[in-house]
Design a protein around this ligand. Sequence first.
Ligand code: MN
Length: 246
Amino acid sequence: MLILLSNDDGIDSEGLLALREAIAPGNEVWVVAPEAERTCIGHAITLHKPLRIKDLGNRIFSTNGTPADSVLLALRVVLRRKPDLVISGINKGPNMGQDVSYSGTVAAAKEGAFVGIASLAVSLNGRTDFLFRDACRSVLDIVSKIGAAGLPTHTLLNVNIPNIPYEAIKGLMVTGLGKRIYNGNIIARTDPRGGTYYWIAGDGESFESIEGTDLQAVDQGYLSVTPLHWDLTAYTSMGEYKKIFL
Ligand code: MN
């Protein structure tokens, strides 16, 4: 298969390097990713400054753009043909529940889904001591299942992997997005000129305990795959909105 890899942790991230190495046998793998970390940049694309692509050799390219820019440039400039698969990751840290809206990792995969390519975002649920080699084995399992059949149109797959040895994973669950409980911590400090500045601490380690969600599945040691649709229309609420407005 022709596979495009990207991420939001930057071109030098271990998660990306490990995935490239694991997926290379039997596939034609290209890497186009941001030159530096762009975590939490969401689906931003760059309109007001020039974008550059650096050829690092061995089908590896870095860009000064966002994750979404990188996939766009990969498809339109670097590859100029449709890959069979776009994989974004492996991200250092989970992308579950509301994370999906903030995530550059998910956005890179979404950019692939926009043009009808089977796309996956892959994240590892750890904060330190990432078991990337184990996580790569799970990714290979998923990729072999998707195979040439691809994914349903207009969808992408959001994969979250428990940071435990491959053999310890209890199985795979097809999940829905859960809900994190953010503590809302914003730290206020004083700068050298006496002005106040803020750091968003963003601790969202706790979550609502709901069966069948990504957060619950990964917490219980399951590999979580969540189908996402980039059409955000709330079709099930259309009736209620019609009652309000019509
Ligand atoms: Mn990241």
